[in-house]
Write a protein that binds this ligand. Structure first.
Ligand code: NA7
Length: 544
């Protein structure tokens, strides 16, 4: 029997966020392949469906953080702000679903709980939490990078009498903080976005901070129609420029070294980038800040000074100003009125690095001998990043090998998109790809295109199976680690390093060579007839 006859569909896709929606559009409408999408949420949106907390917003300009695959779509859609808020991005994704009639092929409220490779038939057997089984030739994970919130690590949380809210799984009906005593645990990108909003309404807000962060101004505002018109008259070129940039945004002003200029000039550059907002200070100032500790110190000092200027109470300022790790080695949050929130008497910050949170009591948060009595606890404690969403699906490759076992000591991939011993499995923005360091919609389009091109390549040659070789995979792992070790990232505990989850192996989760180099590598692999991959006919078909 031919392997295709044992498959119910050509492709199963997980997720209906940016990745799954584009994958469905491409597979179904361009490639004419039968495609089933499963989505745990009750509607489209992915990250932007779940993260509905007040202040949730994208840190990349909306004109760049959007799909490039359809000229009419990018011409017609109007963003209202420079940096889109969660509700607007969700509306955008809903619009995309409507426009391309995507919902009819998406099964909502359904989680994938098993993805097992069937060696004999060369198909994936996909199980969902409603007991359904679908067999597919290919499996594409668009399950996201930051979609499994960290399990709360605080004893007693189940006995807390008030409300516990998770930024990463915010109630659809919203939350009211008016007149309440609120605890926020965590000061990453999410905590830093939500804190100013809670501060406005709460009677009292206590922020529990383990590691202070280098937050810098987002610089949001209404979008400039002239700038948009300019971009739209030339969108294809703008997208190309974006794709040719490390971060996937068309910044052009990065200078080689913070140490090659005098303090005055450096200050001018930092001021200019700080005022311009977004990731300009981080990515469009000096190239060596992620590589050279001395260069990093110049920018870290600059940000600390600015924090001290903004926070009136010197004691609070000292707690909020980061020390002991390099700027950018944790994902730098972007903020709007974050530091000013601490100028309210009702807002305080508790350092829980020196004295960690002991437990959640029925009425509050206990740190040492002090209990902070609160009505609501907001957990902004992050995600089991990059690998968590894949582990949650119980993926098993050849011979039943669990992905969890294969990745026991950290992720192993080729190009961050495929895994040896896991044929026909594509990881959209997987670990060891530029993923979270690359403007996501573009990173996603590149990976979906890689997957669909590979499928097309196989189909045209009457082949069924694509799988990276063990050699290609180990070379890629060595390369990504070598590159990471040239940067300052491995020295810091961050989710980039897997270090935010107790017991998770420490390994760099991202390819740090930059999106352009990465894309060139992928192009070379394809041009070489998928070098580093083994392409084959299915066993079953060879036998027949
Ligand atoms: P992050 O960036 O992982 O931030 C989580 C925060 O929660 C961070 O400040 C952590 O401190 C803190 N945290 C986590 N566990 C604890 C415990 N046990 N005690 C005290 N504090 C804790 O997640 P976000 O959701 O903010 O951002 C994730 C990404 O979403 C972001 O990078 C963007 O890409 C969008 P730590 O730093 O670990 O000391």
């Amino acid at each position: 029997s031919k392997p295709i006859s044992s498959a119910d569909v050509d492709v199963v896709v997980v997720g209906a966020g940016f990745a799954g929606l584009y994958a469905l559009r491409k597979l179904r409408d361009t490639m004419k392949l039968s495609t089933r999408v499963f989505e745990a949420g009750s509607d489209v949106g992915g990250t932007w469906f779940w993260n509905r907390y007040p202040g949730a917003r994208c840190d990349i300009e909306s004109v760049h953080y959007s799909y490039s695959f359809d000229e009419d779509l990018q011409q017609e859609w109007q963003w209202s702000e420079k940096f889109a808020g969660q509700p607007e991005i969700l509306r955008y994704l809903e619009h995309v679903a409507d426009r391309f009639d995507l919902r009819k092929d998406i099964t909502f409220d359904t989680r994938v709980v098993g993805v097992h490779w069937d060696d004999e038939n060369s198909v994936w057997t996909v199980r969902t939490d409603d007991g359904a089984v679908v067999r597919s030739r290919y499996f594409i994970s668009g399950a996201g990078n930051l979609s499994v919130p960290k399990t709360p690590e605080f004893g007693g949380i189940d006995n807390f009498r008030g409300e516990v809210l998770l930024t990463g799984n915010w109630p659809r009906e919203g939350a009211d903080f008016t007149g309440k005593r609120v605890a926020v645990i965590g000061t990453g990108a999410s905590g830093i976005q939500v804190i100013p909003f809670i501060a406005e309404d709460a009677a009292e807000l206590v922020v529990f901070q383990r590691t202070p962060n280098f937050a810098t101004p987002l610089g949001n505002g209404p979008i400039d129609p002239n700038e948009v018109a300019n971009i739209k008259s030339n969108y294809a070129d703008v997208r190309t420029a974006a794709r040719n940039h490390f971060l996937g945004v068309p910044f052009t002003r990065v200078q080689p070294s913070a140490l090659a200029v005098d303090a005055e000039e450096r200050r001018r550059t930092f001021d200019e980038r700080w005022n311009a907002g977004g990731f300009r200070l981080f990515i469009d100032s000096y190239q060596d800040i992620l590589f050279d500790k001395k260069a990093n110190d110049t920018i870290a000092d600059y940000i600390r000074d600015r924090i001290h200027e903004r926070v009136q109470d010197p004691e609070k300022a000292a707690t909020l100003a980061p020390t002991g790790y390099a700027y950018g080695t944790k994902r730098p949050p972007l903020e709007t009125n974050y530091y000013e929130a601490f100028n309210r008497d009702s807002v305080s910050v508790v350092d829980v690095k020196s004295t960690p949170i002991d437990e959640i009591t029925p009425t509050g948060v206990r740190v040492g001998d002090r209990t902070y009595e609160v009505d609501t606890i907001v957990l902004a404690t992050g995600f089991d990043a990059m690998t968590g969403p894949l582990m949650a699906m119980d993926i098993r490759g050849r011979g039943g090998l669990p992905l969890a076992e294969k990745w026991e000591h950290g992720p192993k991939t080729y190009l961050g998109i495929m895994v040896n011993e896991f044929p026909n499995l594509f990881l959209i923005t997987g670990p060891q790809s530029p993923s979270v360091l690359y403007n996501m919609p573009l990173a996603i389009e590149d990976h979906v295109d890689f997957a669909t091109d590979a499928i097309d390549y196989l189909d045209r040659r009457d082949l069924d199976v694509i799988e990276p070789t063990a050699q290609a995979e180990s070379d890629w792992g060595a390369l990504t680690n070598d590159i990471a070790n040239q940067t300052l990232l491995p020295e810091t505990n961050s989710w980039y390093m897997g270090a935010n989850i107790p017991g998770k192996p420490r390994a760099c989760m991202v390819y740090l060579g930059g999106a352009p180099t990465y894309r060139a590598t992928c192009d070379e692999v394809v041009a070489g007839g998928y070098s580093g991959f083994a392409l084959s006919r299915a066993e079953a078909r060879v036998a027949s």
